[in-house]
Design a protein around this ligand. Sequence first.
Ligand SMILES: NC(=O)c1ccc[n+]([C@@H]2O[C@H](COP(=O)([O-])OP(=O)(O)OC[C@H]3O[C@@H](n4cnc5c(N)ncnc54)[C@H](OP(=O)(O)O)[C@@H]3O)[C@@H](O)[C@H]2O)c1
Length: 287
Amino acid sequence: MKVLVTGAKGMLGSDLCPVFAEKHQVVATDLEEMDVRDPQVISAVFEQTQPDLVLHLAAMTNVDGCQGMTDQTFLTNAIGTKNLALACQNAHACMVYISTGSVFDGTKNEPYTEFDTPHPRSEYSKAKYQGELLVRELLKEHYIVRAGWMFGGGERDKKFVGKIINLAAQGKKLQVVDDKFGSPTYTVDMARGILKLVETGWYGTYHMANEGCCSRFEYAQKIVELVGIPNHLLEPISSDAFSLPAPRPRMEGIRDYLLHLMGLDWMRSWEEALEDYIKNRLLKEQS
Ligand SMILES: NC(=O)c1ccc[n+]([C@@H]2O[C@H](COP(=O)([O-])OP(=O)(O)OC[C@H]3O[C@@H](n4cnc5c(N)ncnc54)[C@H](OP(=O)(O)O)[C@@H]3O)[C@@H](O)[C@H]2O)c1
């Protein structure tokens, strides 16, 4: 297949493109090559590349940044998705849209399944959810894949795992919230999962996170344990102590219930995936 990827230089994209390139012809694009807000540019890229499958990863992903930029957030995350869905409709291409477990409001006491009803609270999550609705409305042949708290990217990891390691390595005491819960998701596992999913032809909406759920504090504890940094540097703290622009759901954990019901249980536990990422990749790349 000819696979067109948006947001290819991002954390997920940089791990997903090599995985897809093992089996398919990949055309990797990012903001520079194809701004998803611009239907004319999309049309020209589709004409040139004639994709069979579009993996739509591009988005504004800074949740707090999005909170003060509602128009730009909806233009990129919702309308940008609509632009791509229309182009896929026109080109008879299948689309994979990466969404988020934060489309739920977080009031549930356990991880969300695909059968729970979304109720997004932040501008980022609202726009991502509108993107889901537009994909469903415009395309029959689509997969919507909701991810949990993603980690990956290796050397360039500036997100939660990278930040915790850098700060802890400097011997800094870190306060980490223990009242927000989620499902860590390794980008490489997710890329391999999506690769298998698109081979099934079983279109629909799926949760795809590594198995299990933890608090941010438990996640940080596991990270420092794997790196071999003393965990007394970590202090659990309530999220009430941090005032952030965007509301964060208490529960962002998701369960891969559909994959399980359909016999497609591919994702290993988050602890196993995190160990693989930190020991076999991050630490090796840094040494
Ligand atoms: N990270 C997570 O924990 C998480 C969890 C659940 C779901 N997701 C979803 O997974 C997808 C990938 O996330 P990620 O963490 O890999 O994000 P990321 O690292 O921020 O990558 C997103 C990429 O999209 C590009 N982009 C932004 N605006 C664009 C536009 N108008 N046109 C084309 N490209 C544009 C960005 O370019 P610039 O850097 O130049 O802006 C960036 O390279 C996103 O759709 C996100 O909503 C992420």
